[in-house]
Ligand binder design. Structure first.
Ligand code: SAM
Length: 203
């Protein structure tokens, strides 16, 4: 079998109550590319909640730092007002039932995790790192736009930014933020057919 096709045969242990096949297998393919090309740079997720997606990053790359950005108290009212006034989302979901300890205890390599608790982008100061793999899964217009502004210039060549909910009608601010940013930077996205409509930006 062609080496790269071995990917399709291996047994997966993903939690399919929480993730769908396309999301998880696309991440696996991206990890394969990053490892094959030995891409440098660290990893980050903005919008961690209980760490279920970030856990994969930490498991796949035990030697890379993983920056975890979240309020760990759910959505902040400063972001909520923009959502409501633009009718992007109702912000009804509550992501407050998590703790940093719970997230770190779920990680296979917690020593590589750096937690940045609070409202992004206020929590992004003072980092020198560049990034090869970033997940923006914070649902709302403002942090998605701020996340792109922050991480895209710090994305290494051959790196990836995954933006969850791009094609999700329940969170219309995500698409609005991505489209604004892409227009400004003259870049494009690859939309995925996963359940919540992730899109991908690469360099
Ligand atoms: C859908 S959840 C993330 C799900 C997570 N990626 C997973 O694997 O299950 C969205 C998260 O974004 C966080 N969030 C939203 N706006 C934020 C902001 N401005 N700063 C920091 N965290 C934010 C919320 O606290 C919430 O935990």
């Amino acid at each position: 079998m062609v080496e790269s096709l071995k990917f399709w045969r291996h047994k997966r242990t993903a939690d399919y109550n929480y993730f769908d096949y396309i999301r998880v297998s696309t991440l696996e393919l991206i990890v394969h590319e990053l490892k094959n090309k030995n891409v440098g740079g660290e990893m980050a997720e903005l919008g961690v909640y209980k760490g279920k997606f970030a856990r994969y990053f930490n498991a796949y790359f035990p030697d890379k730092k993983l920056f975890l950005f979240d309020t760990f108290r759910g959505f902040d009212n400063r972001n909520r007002s923009t959502e409501l006034s633009n009718e992007y989302s109702s912000t009804w979901q509550d992501f407050a039932d998590t703790t940093i300890d719970q997230v770190l205890n779920s990680m296979p390599h917690p020593g590589k995790c750096i937690v940045r608790k609070g409202l992004f982008p206020e929590t992004a100061g003072g980092l020198e790192e560049t990034f090869c793999l970033v997940s923006l899964d914070c649902d709302l217009y403002e942090p998605i736009y701020d996340g792109l502004k922050y991480f895209y210039p710090r994305l290494v060549k051959n790196g990836y930014i995954l933006i969850h909910d791009f094609n999700n009608d329940s969170y219309k601010g995500v698409r609005a933020a991505v489209e604004k940013f892409c227009e400004e930077e003259n870049i494009n996205v690859v939309p995925l057919a996963d359940v919540c409509g992730t899109c991908i930006i690469t360099r």
